[in-house]
Design a binder for this molecule. Sequence first.
Ligand code: PGA
Length: 258
Amino acid sequence: MNMKKMVPLIAANWKLNKTLEEAVDAASMMKIMLSDVKDKEILICPPFIALAQVYNVIKGSNIMLGAQDVFWEEKGAFTGEVSPMMLKDVGCSYVIIGHSERREYFKETNEAVNKKVRLCIADELNAILCVGESFEQRQKKVHKDFVEKELEEGLARVKREDMKHITIAYEPIWAISSGDPNHKPATAKDAQEMHAFIRKTLANMFDDKTADSVRILYGGSMKPDNVKELMAKKDINGGLVGGASLEPESFARIVKGF
Ligand code: PGA
């Protein structure tokens, strides 16, 4: 399969930013600016409190809604958590799982990530599973082993036919703009090398056909000025954009920039 035939997905991860009003305003502007985009899928992931109202803005447009996290139980005594069904109920079609910031600050393990992934599959909510190594791991040349483990454990007991609900985001921690102040984006060559490795790992876990059908997004300082080079790479099927997705104009330039 020619991977470039996959429709690219560009996702905005707003993280802990924007009041309700700011989120609604940004979504309204993005809806106008991106209304002519037909050949790409666009997703915005606001904070939980803005999901329902942002959905009211983008409903019926070419922009989809996603959340930044989810819990692994459907309901019960789990203070502070939300379930996949609740996210679907407010209009989400995607959720980000296992972002490196959740792994670092909230000690999310591959086991927790896997439980979340499996409940999303059961509830037919699309999951963006984030993987990616630290600077130290790359220096020690253990980055491939680390990412392979994140994939194997994060996708444990996931069936090949369920992979249609899974998107992978490769986000090298050292490249994420809000992390290390000395961050820099991965070069397109380095990113492609890891994306190819991720696809190979998926092929080993499932099969070639399944691996070729999974979108692998790049995340880590994707910007208007590097999107074209990154997206030209064979195994890069989209982006998960943090900082540069906060301003509608910059996000629109990324979506339209390749
Ligand atoms: P960044 O964040 O684009 O600001 O580097 C990406 C992410 O963490 O999803």
